[in-house]
Design a protein. Structure first.
Length: 65
């Protein structure tokens, strides 16, 4: 008996196999990069509508330094 849900899980695991193995071998994840990406996206959405690009980049550099 084959269940379609299992097929999709197996497909997903095979697709991400190198990352899964890397986690178990070295304990490394991309959590810090995901966190920084989330912060940057929130920062951009809060400051949406700024007309001065240079000022926006200045604020971004100050916020993340």
């Amino acid at each position: 008996m084959k269940i379609n849900e299992y097929k999709s899980v197996v497909k997903m695991i095979r697709k991400h196999e190198p990352e899964v193995i890397n986690y178990f071998k070295h304990g490394l994840t991309n959590a810090k990069a995901e966190n920084l990406n989330g912060k940057l996206q929130r920062f951009v959405s809060v400051n949406y509508g700024l007309k001065d690009k240079e000022f926006f980049l200045y604020r971004t550099a100050g916020y993340f330094s």
